[in-house]
Design a binder for this molecule. Structure first.
Ligand code: IGP
Length: 277
């Protein structure tokens, strides 16, 4: 069974929403990404969304764009990202979803790319610039191979497209909470609840919300209405903030930030309850 499905089944049983941190692979280097993924898992993250840096990003705000540049500046290659995930698979079974531009997938060919991603140990892919109407091929290939292609719905998506997307998405559905680009925001829009309820009538697949969530309080609000919360820019900003710290310290600090978001998302008590006896 695919690790994403397994994770959502487990969370459903526990009645907990998923917390999904997004980071860029290779920001600032592959070793840091590897250690951050392990640290996030220890702090209670459920799934990792891993961005493959791309020179011409889609919908990415300045924070994510800068992280892509840092990674590309170090010359990170797709093959190195695959190698890192393979290495991680001897240490962790946390589900990993790659976020990648279709231009990269296209260069390898959809079939070859899906096979490589699976072999490395990815569980899913999100491809923000893949027009859902135009590429049935990749969904067929991924279904046969049990790699999930996660699709997006935005507040501006028409009802007709919503129908198609909810049918086609695999693993979960990514609801983009705000129109625009990625990045932390103070306020989340009022229409989230309404739109998620609309989506819930169309599909029973888990709905995960991303874009603009940056604090434990916001994560807690979103965690009450959706099956999962994604935070990207706010975490990437932390990685940047501890640039001058030693490696271990930086991993610890960013890990602690993720822990706060996990606590918020799942509405856990601030200090773990100690059971007696
Ligand atoms: O950064 P935010 O606002 O927390 O949003 C998550 C987002 O970064 C991540 O899912 C993402 C990064 N790049 C993207 C491109 C398109 C859609 C989504 C993304």
């Amino acid at each position: 069974m695919n690790r994403i499905d397994k994770k959502f089944e487990e969370l459903k049983r526990k009645k907990e929403p998923a917390f999904i941190p997004f980071i860029t692979a290779g920001d600032p280097d592959i070793e840091t990404t590897e250690d951050l993924i392990l640290a996030f898992e220890k702090k209670g993250a459920d799934i990792i969304e891993l961005g493959v840096p791309f020179s011409d990003p889609i919908a990415d705000g300045p924070v994510i764009q800068a992280s892509y540049h840092r990674a590309l500046g170090k010359g990170v290659k797709v093959a190195q990202i695959f190698d890192m995930i393979s290495r991680l698979r001897s240490k962790t079974q946390i589900p990993v979803v790659g976020m990648i531009s279709y231009s990269i997938v296209y260069k390898f060919g959809s079939k070859a790319f899906v096979e490589m991603a699976l072999k490395a140990g990815f569980d899913g892919l999100t491809i923000p610039d893949l027009p859902i109407e135009e590429n049935e091929e990749i969904f067929e290939i991924s279904s046969k191979n049990d790699l999930k292609i996660v699709c997006f719905v935005a507040p501006t998506t028409t009802n007709q497209r919503m129908n198609l997307i909810t049918q086609r998405t695999q693993g979960f559905l990514y609801y983009i909470s705000v129109v625009g680009i990625t990045g932390a925001r103070d306020m989340l829009p009022d229409d989230i609840v309404q739109n998620i309820n609309k989506l819930k009538q169309l599909t029973s697949i888990p709905i995960v919300v991303g874009f603009g969530v940056s604090t434990a309080k916001q994560a807690s609000m979103v965690g009450k209405i959706a099956e999962g919360v994604i935070v990207g820019s706010a975490i990437v900003r932390e990685i940047e903030k501890y640039e001058h710290e030693l490696h271990e310290k930086r991993i610890e600090n960013v890990g602690n930030f993720v822990e706060e978001l996990v606590i918020g998302t799942k509405n856990l008590p601030k200090t773990p309850l100690v059971s007696i006896g």
